[in-house]
Design a protein around this ligand. Structure first.
Ligand code: GDP
Ligand code: MG
Length: 178
């Protein structure tokens, strides 16, 4: 893991990628501040936040989170954020099959240009909007499995599975040899 200090306290760079509007910034705010702001602002370029969690085996993981903007005009900047990242979280919106297509584009880009040992995660967000669902759980799961990714559906609005997302990532991090 790049930037990890010792076996008990890991520090990891995590990058969020995905279409604009899928809820990346809301996921980060829910995780870091425990809040959901329905009027949250569009991310310009990228923003940075960090959060530390403690695991049951008494290790801690400090996530250094780069939340990128999803818009096309910032796509050329993405490598600046995912380069050297130990973890990539690719997010789509379960009510938008277009955003699922865009997620697959990001997965391919990461497979081509990301770090070879990157922990890759696929997140279907807005799971509270069941009645508007366009992407089935099975489709998300199947794509993730095929690409060796961890998969989870979340809701930044209700907080459903947000902590679990980061806990599962923490468990999957390669540990430095003591
Ligand atoms: P980003 O462009 O990926 O960072 O998306 P934002 O975090 O800015 O969220 C885009 C919009 O989706 C905002 O209006 C949020 O209020 C809304 N949103 C984000 N997450 C959820 C969620 O889990 N459920 C619902 N219903 N809306 C969400
Ligand atoms: Mg954003």
């Amino acid at each position: 893991v790049s930037g990890s200090n010792d076996a008990k306290n890991l520090r990891v760079k995590l990058v969020l990628l995905g279409d604009s509007g899928v809820g990346k910034s809301c996921i980060v705010l829910r995780f870091v501040r425990g809040q959901f702001d329905p009027t949250s602002k569009v991310t310009i370029g990228a923003s940075f936040l960090s959060q530390t969690i403690a695991l049951q085996d008494s290790t801690t993981v400090k996530f250094e989170i780069w939340d990128t903007a999803g818009q096309e005009r910032y796509a050329a900047l993405a490598p600046l954020y995912y380069r050297g990242a130990a973890v990539a979280v690719v997010v789509y919106d379960i009510t938008s099959s277009e955003s699922f297509d865009k997620a697959q584009y990001w997965v391919k880009e990461l497979q081509k240009h990301g770090s070879p040992n990157m922990v890759m995660t696929l997140v279907g967000n807005k799971a509270d909007l069941l009645e508007k669902r366009e992407v089935s759980v099975e489709d998300g799961m199947e794509y993730a499995e095929k690409n060796g990714m961890f998969f989870i559906e979340t809701s930044a609005k209700t907080a459903d599975n947000i902590n679990q997302l980061f806990e599962e990532i923490a468990k999957r991090l390669p540990r430095p040899t003591p």
